[in-house]
Design a protein around this ligand. Structure first.
Ligand SMILES: [Cu+2]
Length: 174
């Protein structure tokens, strides 16, 4: 599963790369221009004519990045998972790694829910998970599964989040 941090890191990396390359090209051209200016003794600013292919590449890459960002923010929906209903207990394993996976869990109301939180993320941000509706605040040991059980009394959305309320997930009871 692609993590958001990794994704944005890659985007930033690509951005820097494009910036560095275009900077290098511009620096190259301006040094040429400086030499021309010195020899011709004119102080007039001259526009640098970029080859058409450069313009096309920059436009296409820019449009592509905008498209990816739009998709990421508008179209990528949180993964939803229906709880497996084995012997009356609705059990779901939630992997804690740069967020919660799945972050949306569909369960039946009035039936015991068992969430197995498997914490893979060493950051202290995700060391605790809270379910305010059930007055649960549970420390999650790294690389171990911590089980939390509760019964949603009625249909509705029950949120869970990290201790600082930065990463969130939801239990949808039907
Ligand atoms: Cu946090």
């Amino acid at each position: 599963m692609l993590k958001k941090a990794t994704f944005f890191g890659t985007l930033v990396g690509i951005g820097f790369l494009i910036g560095a390359i275009s900077g290098a090209i511009a620096a190259d051209m301006s040094s040429d221009r400086d030499m021309q200016m010195e020899s011709s003794k004119t102080n007039q600013f001259k526009a640098i004519d970029q080859p058409l292919t450069n313009k096309i590449i920059v436009t296409v890459v820019g449009a592509g990045l905008i498209g990816v960002e739009l998709w990421w923010f508008l179209l990528s929906k949180p993964k939803s998972k229906k709880a497996e209903d084995a012997s009356g207990i609705q059990e779901v394993t939630v992997v804690v790694d740069g967020g919660y996976e799945p972050s949306r869990i569909v369960v039946n109301a009035g039936q015991l829910v068992r969430l197995n939180f498997l914490r893979r993320d060493p950051s202290s941000c995700l060391e605790e998970v809270r379910l305010a509706d059930f007055h649960i605040a549970q420390y999650l040991e790294l690389n171990k599964t911590t089980t939390i059980e509760f019964t949603p009394p009625k249909a509705g959305n029950y949120e869970f989040a990290c201790g600082m309320n930065m990463f969130r997930g939801a239990i949808e009871a039907k």
